[in-house]
Design a protein. Sequence first.
Length: 134
Amino acid sequence: MIEYKGYVGTFEYDPDEETFHGRIVNLAKDGITFVGRSVEELKREMAASVDDYLAFCAERGDEPEAPFTGKFLVRGTPDLHRAVALAAARAGKSMNAWVTNALSSVLSADPEIAFGSPHGPAGGPSRIPGSRSQ
């Protein structure tokens, strides 16, 4: 993964075309893609694509989609919904607070799940934002 201005890109290598094809993964509505023949070119193209997107939004007077809003919809079974609601009630928390705490605990326990590296993104700290444990 690569990051630019809060936007996260993933990419795959196409051996037939000898190019990397990337896309921004943290936008729900607007699709941003980019292509490069090397990792350095891919990074430049991602940055150019994000900058073009932000300029396009500004020209139209539209607010660009935020990279992460802090909201996401979780779909599960009715039994899971019930179990979470009961666990949250037993803990004296809202379902949102209980789920946020549970997700933060899992990610803090194993940073590789979130970042793919024991050292966090780009070798930085692996503490999960929003988690209560350090």
